[in-house]
Ligand binder design. Structure first.
Ligand code: IPM
Ligand code: MN
Length: 371
């Protein structure tokens, strides 16, 4: 029977295919045990697409991504692709998907699992109970600003330019997402920019304040912070934050910092969302915050949790399957409490398992819970 839930899976490069394989297991499990069936189409992206088609993402794939209810994205990149022409480098495929699907709001939650407190390089009391959400603007800023590239000045000097650029609407819509999310959480938004140095920083700060005032968000506390201070505060006292909203580049950096608070980049999921359309639908792509980790690819060493938890976010945000999302998150908690670990979060006294075994343990926990 055809389902009304269409997923496009783009495993990509490096450890992408391995971690996506574990999501496949959960999809099968949901089909059998929860009677929730997805139609899954799979395609190439990044270096894998380049090897097969000479581009980092095909036009057809972008169309499929637009038509799918959600895209599950693994990771892209690898040293063998480092010298490819700029337009076909693996990352270009991901950036095109974000841009063409207009996925402007990137949600990156950093939540600590009690069982992993020892895996973090920070003191347990600093991170215990941490639950923050970074809302990163994803389709503008220096990632896409024009002009960009090399120039030769009249005197022969070579110069290179990237452009940080934001329209008011681009800031407003991501600020709205941040305030709406904060309302369902700790009711606090910190906006991070460099208003002390950048004109776009001043504009960002003013626009976020305006959205706060005019958008009916009186119940939400808004604070501003310079992005460098925010990075420092994240390491010093991360529990002061609830939702952090920032531009594309600062969000890239701050979310890596936040990831390490939880013990490993291998634990952090993300959701990239578009605007809600007239039918109530919104385009979405779910991906782990970690990259393709070519050094450990193909060895069964990767931590599949960031991908599995990204799938849980997909159930929550794209399909409103809250109960199933909870099940996966609780099963993940349980597996970790049993001392089961992949190499990246291994601590003495725990049991080290492979990517696949980790997926199997999660399924076993799901079985117990959905009895
Ligand atoms: C991320 C990644 C990407 C980014 C790369 C792979 C283009 O680092 O999703 O954080 O810089 O946005
Ligand atoms: Mn990044």
């Amino acid at each position: 029977m055809a389902s009304n839930k269409n997923l496009l899976m783009l495993p990509g490069d490096g450890i992408g295919p391995e971690v996506c394989g574990e999501v496949r297991k959960v999809l099968d499990w949901m089909d059998k045990r929860r009677a929730v069936t997805f139609d899954v189409k799979e395609d190439l992206v990044g270096g894998a697409a380049y090897d097969a088609h000479g581009v980092s993402v095909r036009d057809d794939t972008v169309e499929d991504a637009k038509n799918a209810d959600a895209v599950l994205f693994g990771a892209v990149g690898g040293p063998q692709y480092d010298s490819l022409p700029w337009d076909v480098r693996p990352e270009a495929g991901l950036l095109r998907l974000r841009k063409d699907l207009d996925l402007f709001a990137n949600l990156r939650p950093a939540v600590t699992f009690d069982a992993l407190l020892d895996a973090s390089t920070l003191k347990p009391e600093v991170i215990q109970g941490l639950d923050i959400m970074i809302v990163r603007e994803l389709t503008a800023g220096v990632y896409f600003g024009e002009p960009r590239g090399m120039q030769t000045l009249p005197d022969g000097t070579e110069r290179c330019i990237d452009t940080q650029s934001y329209t008011k609407a681009e800031i407003e819509r991501v600020a709205d997402v941040a305030f709406d999310l904060a309302r369902k959480r700790g009711k606090k938004v910190t906006s991070a920019e460099k208003a002390n140095v950048m004109k776009t920083g001043v504009f960002w700060r003013e626009t976020v304040a305006e959205v706060h005032k005019k958008g009916g968000y009186d119940d939400i506390e808004l604070g501003n912070m310079y992005a460098d201070n925010c990075a420092m505060q994240l390491v010093r006292n991360p529990k002061q934050f609830d939702v952090i909203v920032c531009d594309n580049l600062f969000g890239d950096i701050l979310s890596d910092v936040a990831a390490m608070l939880t013990g490993s980049l291998g634990m952090l999921p993300s959701a990239s969302l578009g605007a809600v359309d007239e039918t109530g639908r919104r385009k979405a792509l779910y991906e782990p915050v970690h990259g393709s980790a070519p050094d450990i690819a193909g060895q069964g060493m990767a931590n599949p949790f960031a991908m599995l938890l990204s799938f849980a976010m997909c159930l929550r945000y794209s399909f409103d399957l809250q109960e199933d999302a909870d099940l996966i998150e609780q099963a993940a908690q349980a597996v970790l409490s049993q001392g089961v670990r992949t190499g990246d979060i291994m601590t003495p006294g725990c049991e080290q398992v492979s990517t696949r075994e980790m997926g199997d343990r999660l399924i076993a926990e799901l079985d117990k819970r959905a009895a």
